[in-house]
Design a protein around this ligand. Sequence first.
Ligand SMILES: Cc1cc2nc3c(=O)[nH]c(=O)nc-3n(C[C@H](O)[C@H](O)[C@H](O)COP(=O)(O)OP(=O)(O)OC[C@H]3O[C@@H](n4cnc5c(N)ncnc54)[C@H](O)[C@@H]3O)c2cc1C
Length: 392
Amino acid sequence: MRDSHFEELKSICNILERREDLSAYTTDGSRISVIPACVALPSTVKEISELMVFASNNHIPVTPRGAGTNVSGGAVGDGIILDLSAMNHVAVHKNYAVAEAGASLGDIDRISMKHGKFFPPSTETLGGTIGGLIAVNATGWRRVRYGPLVEWIDGMEVVFPDGTTTYLRKESFFFRLILGSEGLLGVITRVRIRLHPTGSRYLVRLEMEDMNEVFECIRKFHGHPFTLFLGVEDHPFAVVEVSKDMRIRNQRFCVEDAENLNAVMTHAIRRIYDRGKISFIEDLSIPENRVIDFFRVLKDLEDKYEVEIPLIAHSGGVIHPVVTGQGSRILREKLIEKAVEMDGWIAGESGIGLLKKDFFRRFTGEQLSLLRKIKSLIDPAGIMNFGKFLDI
Ligand SMILES: Cc1cc2nc3c(=O)[nH]c(=O)nc-3n(C[C@H](O)[C@H](O)[C@H](O)COP(=O)(O)OP(=O)(O)OC[C@H]3O[C@@H](n4cnc5c(N)ncnc54)[C@H](O)[C@@H]3O)c2cc1C
């Protein structure tokens, strides 16, 4: 970027360009490192629209960024990092809320709960934003009980690369195109989400002795709305969300509100992280009826590659193997190949990003050129998330 570009950008919105300010933006949950030219911190939709026109006219890459929690290198890039964190207002109405894209899921939960409501797809543990959640179409931990993310979004406002700002209702064709598009087509700026009353939830934590009991637990709850399952090899446990009247035997203790649940999750994730050096965290989608088979595959890979792979898994088939010890590219490839062999997909809820673009090309086949054509129509200058999996 030229000096004149920086000057023009500064006339549009707040800009960070000093090396020390950029360091927080050079990576995300993937640990891939790319140094951007600058960070833009818009506080209004109008500023984003102007920035998009500027970037398109000057062919400068723009990478939208929420909280940078994805593990696939989606929120890093050259050019401008568009940090949405200043746009974080949340307004709760009767049974819905309107949130700016940079609002964290924790903020949404906290504010909604004051009104006796919650946003079911939300799980604040890793602190993602609502814009990021929709951009990667994350499932959340409660998918089986409450349905996929799309059921809880009424519509969203998007700024396209030509600066056009429009509200997309859930029923619209464009809405479906943006959901899960990883910031490749436009910037999500505001979202209308549906809320659910908190009162009907009942969360139970089940402690288990070993992985065999885990398999038993999955079998037992298959067909029931089990919310989350966390497997850690020495002390696996599941957290299950059930209706108030459902009796669960063998429960060690219960938590009845989401704040406590988040504390349990945070503790469990820390237990995994404490087990040793984490080589990488994977994010895969496995059909629900193949999850047990996939756990067996993990066990074989642990033995073959002499690593430990504790995991975090959500009901609905999102699996996050956490590879500790000497993980390698070959092991990552094996995990991804096994997921695809089992009719799963290379990403669960963290996106393709930079990390999996070769896998995306390998497994997408003839759809790739069609997707590129769609991208080139909406983003003819190719600025959005440049370098990612749909480069023209
Ligand atoms: C083990 C594991 C557990 C997880 N648990 C949770 C959890 O409990 N809670 C949670 O929130 N997430 C969780 N995630 C992360 C989740 O999968 C998503 O990565 C996360 O929701 C993305 O939110 P973010 O704000 O951090 O987005 P980022 O990581 O900043 O961005 C992700 C992608 O979305 C794009 N993007 C971001 N914001 C916008 C926008 N406004 N408009 C257009 N594009 C945008 C970025 O360019 C990037 O491609 C987990 C991931 C893993 C691997």
